[in-house]
Write a protein that binds this ligand. Sequence first.
Ligand code: HEM
Length: 417
Amino acid sequence: SMNHESSHAPNVQNLMTGFVRPALRTREQRLNPFPWYRACLSQGTVLRDETSQSWDVFGYEEAQFVLKNHAHFSSQRTVDGQNVLGNYAPSILNLDPPRHTQLRRLINLAFTPKAIASFQPRIETITHNLLDAMKQETQGKSTEVDLVAALAYPLPVIVIAEMLGVPPEDRDKFKRWSDLLVEGPSDLRPETIMDLMTRRAAGRKELDEYFRNIVQLHRGKDDGTLISALISAQIENESLSLEELLSFCVLLLAAGNETTTNLIVNAWRCLLEHPEAFAMLRENPGLIDGVIEETLRYYSPVQATSRIVTEDIEVGGQKFSKGDRAVVWLGAANRDSRIFENPDTFIPTRSPNHHMAFGHGIHFCLGAPLAKLEAKIAILAMLSQIDEVSAVPTDLTPIISGFVYGVKSFPIQVTWA
Ligand code: HEM
């Protein structure tokens, strides 16, 4: 049976299947995992999942406890001291202190709030160019567009590409690579998992070669790109090794693209599913920050992350043992009624709104300000150019991934102002 197979799967396979739960398998379940979270939370903040041999952490306090306590809950992906990520250097996402601290400090030298804010005019220009292309095709009439393909996908890819100093012409390659990096197995058959692992390994290899070339082009040139800043970043004579640099580029691509795309699309889904919230925003565009924060909580683009227990410890009354895997369901913590009143209601004016969509603790998302800036610019630009907009009634197709939450396309009917 499937249970039997997956419980004996080697750990590296478990890394891929670890987020798949029987309750999250159908199209409807992937589009709406929230009733499952609610049902789990009513049973306990921490539950054991035998199929994946892991602990599921649903409660907000418990999720924070795990993510805060990096000494007991490791982000490293090693089995018997071996890096299971293959022959690649782990990125900061998969490192613990002290190396994580050192690398993050180096990266922070290049990835500063100032550097991100300086990108605002470029983000605005890119957004307007994409909107112009959308309008041109339809000659100003009411028309159906796919929000994902026309705006939400290309925007963050172009931004990251420009930051890293790679030409936007390569964005189709980027799409293929970044899709692959977040893709989950569609079922738990060993063939399916092996196939995905093989395709992913090939994609990772191509990406590595691609970025090797980019680094070569920017080495020694202080050309204002993020990549040249990363190459020259130094603290106490320490800098990023070539391997670490490549892994960071791959992480930026994976962590920065699909997530931001889904934030933009999920925000529009929220607005179109809640006409009163949409009317409020049209009346008062200043509500945009609240809309984005509430989207992050309500339709969290990243639903889960995981850790490995380094030492026996109790969480939410359950005893976790060394070597156990803990899956932290950010999307469930963000709907914990102990913290959020009416958690299943979309309330853009919610205050406070301390959601965990960007994680918590030392691995807190490095790109949070960038993602929010892009979403804000994209939504406000659309609002200013649109007279009417509605969702096209259709069956949405969820992205197949254990941790990314979003839809493959989102057709909307738009009348341009
Ligand atoms: C880490 C979510 C956009 C770069 C994380 C984590 C989460 C997250 C939950 C922590 C994972 C963990 O603790 O295991 C999101 C969401 C985004 C987004 C929801 C968009 C809405 C971005 C962007 C970038 C980025 C645009 C970069 C351009 C990173 C990096 C880390 C990270 C580098 C690792 C930080 C570390 O390990 O110290 N993100 N992210 N993210 N994110 Fe994001």
